[in-house]
Design a protein around this ligand. Structure first.
Ligand SMILES: [Zn+2]
Length: 185
């Protein structure tokens, strides 16, 4: 398992880190053809975890060529955009800090939260216990909140971005001190 930089203690607060039950969002800016004229247009996508526990995906763009504006919202980002969001921000990991003896309790929460089928929930909960469940930050934060609401201590964490701030290198083990020299007479 890789270390995530946040350590084993209390979650570290950084800019943009959500407070419990607040909204949380992750953004993606990408270029796509204008739906009206086909010119390459900047689109701004945002995945938001709402306070009521729903995930929402919104896209907005306004075309510099024809002036047409476009907005859409839906449940989930398309797979390709979700991948790009993960690549841009780095995946967040769900960490269950006090794993229950079986994955059943987690499975129940995962099923209720994500509406996935039994097999999917089973696989996901096993990965959660193994520390290998990752996704976008809003997605993982949603799962972590639902797990906490069920009494399972879980957090969503994101390792530092590759190429960004690097975690501190481990310190060298302390060198043994040389034996004290007798003072000259
Ligand atoms: Zn246009």
């Amino acid at each position: 398992m890789t270390t995530t930089g946040a350590g084993d203690g209390a979650p570290r607060t950084r800019p943009g880190t959500p407070t419990e039950q607040g909204t949380l969002s992750e953004t993606l800016t990408y270029t796509a053809p204008c739906p009206d004229c086909g010119a390459a247009t900047d689109h701004h996508g945002v995945q938001t975890l709402l306070t009521d526990g729903r995930l929402r995906w919104d896209v907005e763009s306004s075309c510099g060529a024809c002036g047409s504006a476009f907005a859409a919202c839906g449940g989930e980002p398309p797979g390709e955009l979700r991948d790009r969001m993960l690549a841009e921000h780095g995946p967040a990991k769900l960490r269950v800090r006090t794993p229950p003896p079986t994955a059943t309790a987690i499975m129940r929460v995962v099923r209720a939260t994500l509406g996935v089928d039994l097999a999917g929930a089973k696989a996901l909960s096993r990965r959660a216990v193994a520390g290998d469940c990752s996704g976008t930050l809003p997605e993982m934060e949603l799962l972590a909140r639902e797990l906490r609401a069920s009494g399972i201590d879980a957090v969503a964490e994101r390792p530092d971005r590759p190429g960004g701030r690097r975690p501190p290198q481990p310190l060298l083990p302390p060198q043994p001190l040389p034996p004290p020299q007798p003072l000259p007479p």
